[in-house]
Structure formats: structure tokens, C-alpha cells
Design a protein around this ligand. Structure first.
Ligand SMILES: Cc1cc2nc3c(=O)[nH]c(=O)nc-3n(C[C@H](O)[C@H](O)[C@H](O)COP(=O)(O)OP(=O)(O)OC[C@H]3O[C@@H](n4cnc5c(N)ncnc54)[C@H](O)[C@@H]3O)c2cc1C
Length: 437
């Protein structure tokens, strides 16, 4: 009797663990459950639309999902559609891989003003995530501030600063493309509370700012050390050195008015944290910043029309699944939530690491699962797919298969214009419509 496995979430973590379990457990049937009609989590909804090479990892995931013992149940939301208890009653083994899609708050006064967005919402908007399109951001005015000194902040700054031509080969969805093309943005502030050495940018992504045709990265009034501190391991020291070298170039840009004339300026601000948002008629007007090392009186008020916080994410709670509210992720012990239920990916370890980090995570969890199978803590016996299909039928849920997703995927590619790789559908209803036409 095959071991009946459910994996919740079709992002990198879900796909990696599906691949590993399908190879390592001799007789098993795996259902991958995804709340959206579309697949692949943040590869579709997070990774920058001008980094199509990174998004190509989905080809590897497709090979996994095409395996005979793997089936996709998309448009099925664990929690509202199928409860955690129902899931456990159907499957011998459940792996939760639901990521971390909620924005962390800045927790400053005025954060609820119009024009203030979390990066998950903002990135989801240009990447065509249905949730962001229920309440799309409005880009108004010339000045945008982004809080956070990591790669997500860089992605947002770069996409805002690109010209229409530079965005032409991306899959930014049509409404976002139109707002970006018509925006008046001329000053983008990348604000971090740490020193230049402490920033979390990776050098290749930071260097991309130099290649923009109509924007210039600038740094003013900041001491940039020649070399990073000596206690770093060699790999980290090399990356920090590359960042510092780039920062020095950006500081030279700031003193060259010919270079910046008529261009969008991307200002990198270090050692500053946000204190409050001031608004006018309900919309953000300025952002109050405090220098980390100076007195409270040394606050700076930056005129800002749009504010985006890119300071990390929390997992979304699923009813009855143990949750660590302080950490903002699923509660587990080395990946074990309770007997027969495991967690992997961002919902397990929080929002850090790149796509391949989730493979290492899935490998670790798969080893634990195999050990628990060997010791008899997990065993086959539940009716799996049969029970799940009965539940789906009884609840009259519209669940999509992998083939249904491929039909939607093809339709998005077919309707793309110019050099765009695809034109994404922005609502679940539109995607379902494709299947009925
Ligand atoms: C803006 C941004 C840009 C990034 N860029 C890069 C990059 O360029 N390169 C790189 O290597 N990494 C990048 N990353 C990191 C990478 O995306 C993550 O490491 C990875 O996606 C985490 O995988 P995951 O499967 O844990 O979560 P996710 O990718 O979020 O997948 C979780 C899946 O679970 C589904 N789900 C959630 N709740 C439920 C539920 N209740 N029922 C059913 N399904 C559910 C979601 O819809 C989603 O499909 C980026 C991340 C962000 C936020």
C-alpha cells in the first residue's frame, strides 16, 4: 500500500521536497496542494520580473510535477477549503511548505497612510499576484523611499528606475507596467539602519544599479571604509569588499552633476531608521528619519510620495497549525510539527535564503522523514487520494490539476505582446475562465 503524502505549497520548498520524497520513498503517492490556480510561489510572485533566468528554475520543478506518483491540487486553500484536521485524516504524511507572505510592519506612527506599502504587496503587484491586485498600489509623485538594505529593496529600486525599454522584456503585468511607464519618479531613497559594511546587498545585484540607462546610484555624506573588518570569513570579506568598492563609486557619482543631470537618482542612505510618517489628506507627505548614532533632535524629514518597507516577512497562520507568533512562523522542532507532520522552506526557518537554500532545507527534512519511516513513527494506512477526492466532491471545490495549470500557463504566453514572455492573469476568476473557454 503506497504511503499517502500531502505537501502544502508549490513554491521551491514544496517542489524540492516532492522531488526528494518521490525518489527516496519506494512506494508513495504525493499530492501537492496549492492555494492559487498558479504554481511555484515566490518564483512567480517574488523573483524580479527582469530576472527571467532565475525564474527558469520552474522548468526543473515541472519535471518533478510531471512524475507519475505526483499530482497537483491547485486552487485549494488549506485552512478555508480543507482544514488541517481533514488533511491529517486523509494522509499518512503531511509536509507544510507555505512560505512567508505577510509583510512585517515598521510599527511607526502614520504607517497606515495611503501610499505606504509592504514589499510583499508591492512586489506582488508588479508580479501579478491576485491578492495585490485587489488593492493595487498607486505610484504618485517624484519621491519614493524604500526601507531595507537587502536584495528585495534593490529589486524594487531597479524596476522603478528602469525605462520602458529596459522593462520591455519582463513579465511585469500590464496595469503595473502602465503605472511604472507613466510615473514621475525621479528620486528613490534606499534607507537602511546599518553601516555600508552591514548592508545585505549581494554584489552582482548592487552592481546592476550601475547599468541603468537613465538612473544613477549616489551616496552623500557617508564614510565608506577602504576594507571590511578583519574578523569576517574570506568569502564574506570578498563580498563586503566588492560592495564597499561599489559604494565608493556611488559616492563619486554624487559629486558629479553632469552625470546625474536629468537622471533618476537612487540615493543610498545608511545609519538611518524611520520614526514616523507624516501625511496630508490621508496620503504620505514625508518620512521622519533618525540617525542611529545621533540625538533625537537630529531627525531628518524626507519629502516622500510613496513608501515601501522591505524589512522581511512573516508566515500566514493556518487555522489549527501550531504557530510561533513572536517569530512569525510555524512552530516546530527541527522541522517536526507533530507526529507525521513536518515543515520546510520559509514557513519553517523564516524568510531568509535563496531558492537553492530551500533544497538544502528539504534535504534535511527528507532525511528526518526517512528516519521516522524506518523507526515506524510514520506508516502507510490512510486512504489518501480517495479520501481527499471524496472531500473535494462533497465540498464542491473547483480544484485544478497540473494540466489545468499548463493550459493557463500557455494562455498567458500566447496573449503576451512584443517581447514580453507572458501576460499574467490577475484574478483567480480570469484563470478559471481560460479553462472553461
Ligand atoms: C521579492 C523577492 C525576491 C526574491 N528573489 C530571489 C532571487 O532572485 N533569487 C533567489 O534565489 N531567491 C529569491 N527570493 C527568495 C525565494 O523566493 C525563496 O527562497 C523561496 O521562494 C521560498 O520558498 P517557499 O517554498 O518556502 O515559499 P514560497 O515560494 O512563498 O511558496 C509557498 C507556496 O505555498 C502556497 N500556500 C501558502 N499558504 C497556503 C495554504 N494555506 N494552502 C495551500 N497553499 C498555500 C503559496 O501560494 C505559495 O505558492 C526572493 C524572495 C522575495 C520575497
Amino acid at each position: 500500500m503506497p504511503l499517502q503524502i500531502a505537501i502544502v505549497g508549490s513554491g521551491p520548498a514544496g517542489c524540492f521536497i516532492a522531488e526528494l520524497l518521490s525518489r527516496k520513498i519506494e512506494d508513495c503517492q504525493i499530492d501537492i496542494i496549492e492555494r492559487l490556480p498558479s504554481l511555484f510561489g515566490l518564483v512567480r510572485a517574488g523573483v524580479a520580473p527582469d530576472h527571467q533566468g532565475t525564474k527558469n528554475v520552474t522548468r526543473q520543478f515541472e519535471k518533478t510535477l510531471e512524475k507519475d506518483n505526483i499530482r497537483v491540487l491547485a486552487n485549494l486553500n488549506v485552512g478555508p477549503d480543507i482544514s488541517y484536521d481533514e488533511l491529517k485524516s486523509c494522509y499518512d504524511l503531511v509536509v507544510i511548505a507555505t512560505g512567508a507572505s505577510e509583510d512585517r510592519m515598521l510599527n511607526i506612527p502614520g504607517e497606515d497612510s495611503a501610499g505606504v506599502y509592504g514589499s510583499s504587496h508591492f512586489v506582488g503587484w508588479y508580479n501579478g499576484h491576485p491578492a495585490s491586485h485587489q488593492n493595487p498600489p498607486e505610484l504618485k509623485g517624484p519621491s519614493v523611499a524604500i526601507i531595507g538594505h537587502g536584495n528585495v529593496a534593490l529589486d524594487i529600486a531597479r524596476l522603478l528606475a528602469k525605462t520602458s525599454n529596459e522593462r520591455a522584456e519582463t513579465d511585469i503585468c500590464a496595469p503595473a507596467m502602465s503605472q511604472l511607464d507613466n510615473s514621475e519618479v525621479s528620486d528613490i531613497y534606499l534607507i537602511g539602519r546599518g553601516t555600508p559594511e552591514q548592508s545585505k546587498f549581494t554584489p552582482p545585484e548592487l552592481a546592476e544599479l550601475k547599468a541603468l540607462s537613465a538612473a544613477v546610484p549616489v551616496i552623500s555624506n557617508t564614510r565608506i571604509p577602504e576594507t571590511p573588518s578583519s574578523d569576517l570569513d574570506p568569502r564574506e570579506a570578498r563580498a563586503k569588499q566588492m560592495n564597499l568598492d561599489l559604494f565608493r563609486e556611488f559616492a563619486e557619482n554624487a559629486s558629479n552633476p553632469v552625470l546625474t543631470a536629468g537622471k533618476t537618482r537612487i540615493h543610498l542612505l545608511f545609519n538611518h531608521s524611520p520614526v514616523a510618517v507624516a501625511s496630508e489628506n490621508g496620503r504620505i507627505k514625508s518620512l521622519k528619519l533618525k540617525h542611529q548614532a545621533e540625538q533625537a533632535s537630529d531627525e531628518l524629514a524626507l519629502p516622500v510620495d510613496t513608501l515601501i518597507s522591505a524589512i522581511g516577512y512573516r508566515s500566514r497562520e493556518i487555522s489549527s497549525v501550531p504557530f510561533d507568533t513572536q517569530q512569525g512562523r510555524i512552530q516546530h522542532e527541527n522541522g517536526l510539527i507533530e507526529p507525521g507532520v513536518y515543515a520546510t522552506g520559509w514557513c519553517r526557518r523564516g524568510p531568509n535564503g535563496v531558492i537553492p537554500t530551500n533544497r538544502a532545507d528539504a534535504l534535511e527534512i527528507s532525511k528526518r522523514i526517512l528516519a521516522d519511516l524506518d523507526s515506524g513513527q510514520i506508516s502507510a494506512g490512510k486512504s489518501g487520494r480517495v479520501a481527499m477526492d471524496n472531500l473535494i466532491e462533497a465540498k464542491q471545490l473547483k480544484v485544478l490539476s497540473y494540466q489545468d495549470w499548463k493550459t493557463i500557463d500557455q494562455a498567458e504566453q500566447d496573449r503576451a505582446q512584443g517581447n514580453k514572455p507572458r501576460e499574467k492573469f490577475l484574478t483567480e476568476a480570469e484563470m478559471l475562465q481560460v479553462l472553461s473557454s
